[in-house]
Design a binder for this molecule. Structure first.
Ligand code: IPE
Ligand code: IPE
Ligand code: MG
Length: 239
């Protein structure tokens, strides 16, 4: 798959990825699961570079779910520390590429202050960038996000009749982001796992068997080419 098949006039505005399969990638190599997570970082940068090449404006990736706390404590600890390190070591590179980095998810007390500070620093440093807005979903669950939205709507004192879809959408974590046009999930799993449930109402889904650490921009171009061949109807009829 090359760039030639891509129609640059209709690339997705917003692409979302469930980066899945790191553990299995490591297991087939007889390595600890942490090595799979480390290898997955290159794939994330492939996705970023692929989006920059295609001029995709929004990329949202699922890095740690509210359900991932159910994993063994050593893996959770590794993931928290690993993500803190990535933010520290790679934020300049993202900044140089013109990427604005944001972290979405619940900032609860299970996240160390040092991790929250790295998140804020990276967000602040890259805030003026406009080439690509990369949202990393960390301690993110869509049901938690919707619950948080309901809380803030109640707190703001809305009357029931004032609440419509626009009001709900405005209280989600990234109200200014368009809904994802295309959602990619690697590793052969065909499920959503509590990612962007509200926002995905009319997203096109692309599932591939490749494990996340093996994902390259060529897979991304493939997904975009298939997306462009689909007919989106949003409940209406073909034009
Ligand atoms: C995705 O890979 C990364 C996270 C969920 C943090 P997994 O760790 O889920 O890898 P598999 O699905 O067990 O192979
Ligand atoms: C989804 O993957 C979450 C992330 C990629 C961070 P999981 O591996 O946690 O999902 P399930 O448990 O297979 O549904
Ligand atoms: Mg998984």
């Amino acid at each position: 798959m090359s760039l030639e098949r891509i129609d640059f006039s209709s690339v997705p505005r917003h692409l979302a990825c469930v980066m899945d399969g790191n553990g299995r990638w490591a297991a087939v190599r007889g390595l600890p699961r942490s090595k799979g997570h480390e290898a997955g970082l290159d794939a994330l940068f492939e996705a970023v570079d692929g989006c920059l090449e295609l001029s995709v404006k929004w990329l949202t990736v699922f890095a740690f779910s509210t359900e991932n706390w159910r994993r063994p404590v050593e893996e959770v600890r590794f993931l928290l520390e690993f993500n803190r390190e990535i933010l520290r070591r790679r934020r300049d590179e993202l900044n140089e590429k013109g990427v604005r980095l944001r972290i979405i998810g619940r900032r609860d007390r299970r996240l160390a202050g040092s991790l929250l500070r790295e998140m804020d620093k990276a967000a602040e440093l890259t805030a003026p960038n406009r080439r690509l807005i990369l949202s990393v979903a960390f301690n993110y669950g869509s049901r938690t996000e919707i619950t948080d939205a309901v809380r803030s709507i109640v707190k703001a004192g809305y009357e029931p009749a004032q609440i419509d879809e626009e009001v709900v959408a405005k209280h989600l974590y990234t109200p200014e982001a368009p809904d994802p046009d295309l959602v990619i999930r690697t590793s052969g799993e065909h499920r959503i796992s509590n990612f962007l449930l509200w926002q995905m109402a009319y997203s096109e889904m692309f599932f591939l068997d490749v494990l996340w650490p093996d994902f390259t921009r060529l897979h991304l171009f493939d997904a975009v080419a298939e997306y462009q061949a689909r007919q989106r109807r949003f409940g209406g009829l073909d034009q």
